[in-house]
Design a protein around this ligand. Structure first.
Ligand SMILES: NC(=O)c1ccc[n+]([C@@H]2O[C@H](COP(=O)([O-])OP(=O)(O)OC[C@H]3O[C@@H](n4cnc5c(N)ncnc54)[C@H](OP(=O)(O)O)[C@@H]3O)[C@@H](O)[C@H]2O)c1
Length: 286
């Protein structure tokens, strides 16, 4: 029986990245749907849950992606509402690579050390990756703040984290390098999750910090999100700080994404969201 992955994407054009990794994760067929929302997903889910017998349902799975985290979470909720009794299939939620990217970054940051009680700042953290990273850092015991250019946007992201996870994350309005430099004062961990190709911090703003221990940059498109962090850095020591670049932890992100897709086809009732994906990342890191 063929392993079928239904790729529900909130964007009009479904992600090619997610499609390729779907195949590389072991699906025999990946069917991409764009423009999926909580109102139109119901019929698609019915097609997935009513077509195969109980022992074969594990060969059908759903992947939810796209750039709109709020819409993506609404799709996830609508998908789960359609499930009942044994009529369900496994689901992976990874809007914009949020869970796999954040999990890979935080798993490396926490690898072989405790983050408990440390102050962490997620720069440009109102997006999908930053929101999930904030949650995972807090789950590791860090005291987390998130920066964004506009207070209302970054506060909305923090409100969403509070309502979904019960985790209080401080919102910091930081539209320029000056405010972002001030935001990282006293922090032991800085993770940049801003938009691709946007530099959020200059090297001179972090190199002399006496308390900063760990820096990670998710941005894979030059220039770097944190100047001075190399794309391939994976635990490199520079200015007395440990650095992780986008490709440095990106290898784990890709392997993790593939491993998660593979797991979807092992049972018909798996839900892979932030905590579950992070737990898998912790078994793969290092
Ligand atoms: N390494 C990997 O394996 C991997 C995998 C996936 C994604 N990524 C990268 O991870 C990063 C985060 O992804 P994402 O999808 O969460 O990003 P995103 O939603 O595109 O952007 C994140 C945040 O960046 C801020 N931003 C946007 N334009 C900006 C500008 N011109 N100046 C300053 N801030 C700006 C926005 O926050 P405010 O509006 O609140 O300022 C936005 O919420 C991206 O760089 C992405 O390419 C890496």
């Amino acid at each position: 029986m063929k392993k079928l992955l239904y790729q529900f994407d909130t964007d009009a054009l479904p992600s090619v990245f997610d499609n390729v990794v779907g195949y590389d994760g072991g699906a025999d067929q990946v069917s991409p749907y764009g423009g999926v929302n909580a109102r139109n997903v119901g019929g698609l889910v019915e097609g997935a849950i009513f077509t195969r017998g109980l022992k074969d349902k594990k060969n059908t799975a759903i992947f939810i992606g796209g750039g709109n985290m709020v819409e993506g979470e609404a799709v996830l909720s609508a998908v789960r509402k359609k499930f009942f009794a044994k009529f369900r299939v496994s689901v992976m939620f990874d809007c914009n690579g949020s869970n796999t990217t954040a999990s890979a970054a935080v798993a490396w940051l926490a690898h072989g050390r405790s983050l408990a009680g440390k102050r962490a700042v997620v720069l440009g953290g109102s997006g999908p990756v930053g929101q999930r990273a904030a949650v995972l850092l807090a789950r590791e015991g860090a005291i987390v703040a998130v920066t964004g250019r506009k207070r209302e946007v970054v506060q909305a992201a923090c409100d969403s984290i509070l309502s979904r996870y019960g985790i209080a994350v401080r919102a910091i309005e930081a539209p320029t390098h000056i405010e972002r430099g001030a935001a990282i004062e006293g922090a032991q961990i800085v993770l940049a999750t801003g938009a691709a190709g946007v530099t959020l911090l200059n090297e001179k703003q972090w190199q002399d910090s006496a308390v900063l221990e760990l820096l990670a940059d998710a941005n894979a498109s030059p220039p770097a999100g944190i100047e001075g962090v190399g794309q391939s850095d994976r635990g490199l020591l520079k200015h007395g700080k440990i650095l992780f670049g986008s490709l440095g932890f990106g290898a784990l992100k890709l392997a993790l994404h593939r491993a998660c897709v593979a797991r979807l086809f092992e049972q018909n009732d798996l839900l892979l969201d932030a905590e579950e994906i992070y737990a898998i990342a912790k078994t793969m890191v290092g």
